[in-house]
Ligand binder design. Structure first.
Ligand code: ZN
Length: 441
């Protein structure tokens, strides 16, 4: 058997840590408000400098109102022998999220309208919510429902809906030299035991933040761990004046399954969209680029016309397009260490490009400068032009202050990292200077 290389061991161990975080968060019963959400933020706070914000019930946030807080302790359906045939304690998906409390005995006929199954996958439990309508229900497998034959069942949902708050977590990593231009990284934290749809995004975002904590970066990075829709809207309402600082943004979700990558463009189009396309193409990974549409995850809040931020959405499989979506089959086996780690690598590369993308001016633009004299033209022993040499010529030729390094990488059909390395060398010998106008969009 071949011995693993050091780097493959490291890769596996990083992926294992990422999957470990998903596993630690998986059992918690999260919702858009409540203790499970705060418990999740507490776990993330062990990895990151996370600040928690609590928006009180009843707060008006644009066209929405922060709802009452939902908490649940227990829930079950008992048969006539007192046996729990449906037990919240074995799977928190069994209760329709945000169910109002109930405790009474009822006939199966009365109970049926409150039971939700997935006949196409008879062993899976669906995930349902009832955030903005007072109702209650149980989700169970079709097989469990088919086995229910008693006349009467004891039904209990020990939940509360009361004034409290909507909590979210924020981790801000300031840019070098007080640069307040921001990159927003946002993921939703409101789904209970669903691994790909919410926990994979949390894990990738958390490990990306850990990486950024260990290096310098020119942008300020703002990580949001928020309940979907109402959380993003609450954050936007409370930070409206600051949103102009956000130059680029990414919503991260569904990043732990084995599917191809999908990147959804921002509404306005922007550098982040071009960066995603470039990185995915250069990675060689299977991927698809999609146009913006006003549905999906919280990019639709950030891209609402009043804000129109350049925020795209990166996922592997797309919500609603994989059978496990919003079911008990979106579990710890459905997401893998390898997929999480590959997703982190893609997002890290995107950050590298955003960080490195800027425009330069060629200080010797009249004819080609003599690179050999400066040790920057390496003979490659034949007629073929080496990639390093060609990359330097592309950078020199295109650096008129109008073209960013990403523009050059795309026009040259070369990896951004090679173009950036060439620019660094050319700056080192004085043949390039920073155009001082940031990157072109
Ligand atoms: Zn979802």
């Amino acid at each position: 058997m071949q011995q693993p290389t050091d780097s493959s061991v490291m890769r596996n161990s990083l992926g294992r840590d990422m999957h470990g975080l998903v596993s630690a968060l998986y059992p918690i019963c999260r919702s858009i408000t409540g203790d499970g959400l705060r418990q999740t933020l507490d776990v993330l706070g062990q990895h990151l400098p996370l600040q928690r914000f609590d928006v009180p019930t009843g707060t008006q946030v644009f066209d929405w109102t922060v709802p009452r807080e939902w908490n649940i302790r227990d829930a079950y359906i008992k048969d006539r022998n007192g046996r729990r045939i449906i037990d919240f304690r074995t799977c928190n998906l069994h209760v329709v999220n945000y169910s109002t409390p109930i405790h009474r005995t009822m006939t199966l006929a009365e109970l049926q309208p409150h039971l939700f199954t997935l006949p196409t996958h008879p062993t899976w439990i669906p995930y349902r919510t009832s955030y903005y309508k007072d109702s209650w229900g149980f989700c169970l497998s079709e097989m469990q429902r088919a086995a229910m034959t008693d006349d009467d069942y004891e039904v209990c949902i020990d939940s509360t809906l009361s004034d409290g708050s909507l909590s979210y977590g924020e981790c801000v990593l300031p840019g070098d030299g007080g640069n307040t231009d921001e990159v927003l990284i946002s993921c939703h934290v409101c789904h209970p035991s669903l691994a790909n749809d919410n926990l994979s995004g949390l894990s990738v975002a958390t490990f990306l933040a850990k990486r950024l904590l260990a290096r310098t970066h020119r942008y300020t990075y703002r990580f949001l761990f928020i309940p979907a829709t109402i959380g993003a809207i609450s954050w936007l309402a409370q930070n409206q004046a600051q949103t102009t600082r956000i130059k680029h943004g990414l919503v991260l979700t569904c990043l732990g399954d084995a599917g191809a990558f999908h990147y959804k463009n921002s509404r306005r189009g922007g550098e982040v969209d071009r960066v995603a396309a470039h990185v995915l193409r250069a990675s060689g990974a299977a991927h698809e680029l999609r146009d913006f549409m006003p549905y999906g995850y919280d990019e639709r809040q950030y891209c609402s016309p009043g804000f129109d931020l350049a925020v795209g959405c990166l996922s592997r499989s797309v919500w609603g397009e994989f059978p496990e979506y919003h079911t008990s089959a979106d579990n710890l086996e459905f997401v893998t260490a390898a997929a999480l780690e590959e997703s982190l690598a893609i997002v890290s590369s995107m950050v590298d490009v955003l960080e490195g993308n800027r425009s330069y001016v060629n200080t010797s633009p009249f004819g080609e400068p003599a690179l050999g004299r400066r040790g920057l033209y390496r003979s490659v022993g034949g007629s073929a032009m080496g990639d390093e040499n060609l990359a330097r010529l592309w950078v020199l030729n295109q650096s008129d202050g109008q073209h960013s390094l990403l523009d050059i990488a795309e026009r040259a059909g070369m990896p951004f990292a090679l173009i950036e390395q060439s620019a660094r060398e050319l700056v080192g010998v004085g043949l390039l200077r920073d155009a001082g106008n940031g990157a072109s969009a």
